[in-house]
Design a protein around this ligand. Structure first.
Ligand SMILES: Nc1ncnc2c1ncn2[C@@H]1O[C@H](COP(=O)(O)OP(=O)(O)OP(=O)(O)O)[C@@H](O)[C@H]1O
Length: 238
């Protein structure tokens, strides 16, 4: 994975009545290879718009993403796990693998993510936390260059969110990839990210960047709370 540059000088939507909605203006984020960056911003500021541009789903903007998203292998975890309901957990994962690799053993992968006992089950039998974990494994099974997580912990209870954070850490430890996560939750961002990028209200841009140097396993609750309090005192908000 090379260095990733997201440079959006302007993104404007047109409402059906012709009026303009300026979603992004002058947003620039540069990610080092293997870096984990969290985008934190208020509701409606333009986070989804930025992710859609990063994923190559929206090309109607001024600016550029380098390298072109079309040339990258990207794994994506949406809030909605988007699993095929008529396929088992294992089939959901194998179906997104290249045909020539589909038969490869996945026992170790399922075990590493606590999914061994769930591989034969169907999405309708899974809790939201488990379904997102399956969606995470599906996103990384082919070794992406870039992993994009859109509010992955929203609507989970504390335990399910903690288990999913462990799974994200396991994914990052197992496979070196650049990660972009969008979140409203400052604590979760502090627990996981190498760098926090705070976004302004719409039209969004970067207002502050904070590097977090501590190794992830050393980020206990007291450390996370101290960082959060320090950022809150400086006026950085989620
Ligand atoms: N297709 C569209 N047409 C017009 N306006 C749009 C369109 N899509 C998004 N917007 C507006 O652009 C702004 C940014 O939207 P976006 O979904 O990117 O924000 P967000 O930060 O992801 O929001 P949230 O935190 O609620 O998920 C919002 O004001 C939204 O109403």
């Amino acid at each position: 994975m090379p260095r990733l540059e997201i440079d959006i000088s302007a993104k404007t939507y047109r409402r059906p009545d012709g009026t303009a909605v300026e979603a992004v203006r002058g947003l620039r984020v540069v990610l080092a290879p293997g870096e984990f960056v969290c985008l934190i911003g208020p509701s409606g500021c333009g986070k989804t718009t930025t992710l859609r541009i990063l994923l190559g789903l929206d090309r109607a903007y001024e600016g550029r993403v380098v390298p072109d998203p079309a040339t990258l292998r990207i794994g994506m975890v949406f809030q909605e796990p988007r699993l095929l309901p008529w396929r088992s957990v294992e089939e959901n994962i194998r179906l997104c693998m290249p045909r020539q690799h589909r038969a490869r053993p996945l026992d170790e992968l399922f075990a590493a993510f606590g999914l061994a006992e769930w591989r034969g089950r169907y999405p309708g039998e899974l809790s939201l936390g488990l379904a997102r974990r399956v969606s995470l494994v599906r996103a990384i099974v082919n070794g992406p260059d870039l992993l994009v997580l859109d509010e992955p912990f929203v609507s989970l209870d504390d335990r399910a969110a903690a288990e999913l954070r462990q799974a994200v850490m396991a994914a990052v430890a197992r496979h070196r990839m650049t990660v972009v996560m969008v979140t409203h939750n400052l604590r979760e961002a502090i627990e996981l990210a190498d760098r926090l990028v705070f976004l302004a209200p719409r039209p969004t841009r970067v207002i502050e960047e904070v590097a977090l140097a501590a190794a992830r396993p050393e980020r206990g609750p007291a450390w996370i709370e101290a960082q959060r309090a320090m950022l809150a005192a400086r006026g950085a908000t989620a």
